[in-house]
Design a binder for this molecule. Structure first.
Ligand SMILES: [Zn+2]
Length: 61
């Protein structure tokens, strides 16, 4: 089940649901970098559990 912060509106582009660490599956990560692309924003995230860094892509349109 995806969790959304209580003060975050559903569907907010800043809150990504279901982004889990590929290593440990933890859904708590912090965004280190955001790279804007024409079709998507790429975010480098760091897992809060195992500190693994991984990229996610979010469609902007
Ligand atoms: Zn992890």
């Amino acid at each position: 089940m995806a969790q959304v912060a209580q003060d975050e509106k559903p569907g907010s582009p800043l809150q990504v649901e279901g982004v889990a660490c590929p290593d440990c599956g933890c859904r708590q990560s912090e965004v280190l970098r955001t790279v804007r692309r024409a079709m998507a924003n790429l975010r480098m995230r760091k897992c809060r559990s195992c500190n693994r860094r991984f990229w996610t892509a979010e469609r902007t349109a």
